[in-house]
Write a protein that binds this ligand. Sequence first.
Ligand code: AMP
Length: 403
Amino acid sequence: MEAGRAVLESYGYGEIELPLLEKGELFSRSVGATSDIVEKEMYAFEDRDGTMVALRPEGTASVVRAYIEGGLTRAMPVARLYYTGPMFRRERPQKGRYRQFTQIGAEFLGRDDPSADAETICLVADICEAAGVSDARIDINSLGDEGCRPAYREALSAFGRERIESLCEDCKKRLERNPLRLLDCKVESCAKATADAPMMIDHLCASCRSHHERVLELLAAAGVKVESNPRMVRGLDYYCRTAFEIIGSGLGSQDAIGGGGRYDGLVAALGGPDLAGVGFAFGVERMEMAATDAGEQTRSPEMFIAPVDEVAAEPALVLARRLRRCGSRVELGSPLRRLRAQMKQADKAGARYVIILGADELAAGRATVRDMVNNSDHTALFALDDEADKIIETIGRVGESGA
Ligand code: AMP
């Protein structure tokens, strides 16, 4: 989450704090009354005055509501906002799918040009890398717009009606209400029946097509790899044109670590002016499960301070605090544990360096540093009362020398 925050801020996004509870109609008007989220998964209940309220199942609708109500559509129509926090959906719990989960999401409002989509997907790729999931795949599709989607919906619905006997009960209902969802149904007979269904990407109008092609060109120029997936439709009604999903590896059936897309009609649908938007949300728990590479290791402490006895506890605490205040990630061992046990703990935590503070070190006012990667000890590298930045720099040189 912290890695994601830092990347978002480097792209100029500001944080917005959203309420956990909203009026239920906010989600039925935005996410869509026929979406799984609103129909089956939302925790909605009547307030004392009879108003329907809901625990938020997602963040985009609330950001757009705040953008309109807070007057940003006039004061700052082009706005980059991000949020983090719990979301609630009444799904069947399983690995990677919880009824309360955490999202980090962002919305880029007020821009309808393809470069806004491309910048958003670059941001998604950079967050993946910072969070240690650089092997994630980004699937992309275009869902068309109000101009070209209705005719396509009708064609898909007619295609489905001809095969109605092979469709599951859910898809039979989806046929009239939300036929696009036929394409991402996981039931095998539905997947077979829709194998040669018409795809939106082949039915785009000229402006949606050129928008999509420009997004792909810009992403190629930026070196961000995406894969076209014409069956990816996303579950929410408000998307138009660009839609994308981020798929992690090794996660089993719940492998989407994030998703997003463009939603140009949403601000107007929620009572604001006709302003566009594009955004995404990552599921933090799934992203952490998928984190495999360097990003994850950067969460390990850089340094572990091992006080060998109670006398060393005090200078160890002082040193840890000084180093942390200079931005180092420091784990402090227990003076009650033997040095050997502390070294094991440091190893397990993934610490790169261990600073050993024992009687000899304290008497000399200096510390021993063990480089855990090269398995070498370095004594008398710095004095305990040196400036913290100087200590950090000296320790860093130990690793570089590889001695
Ligand atoms: P969505 O807006 O439904 O695409 O959700 C965005 C991301 O939130 C997904 O890609 C998941 O990573 C995460 N997510 C959605 N629902 C759940 C859930 N019930 N439990 C855990 N993570 C979830």
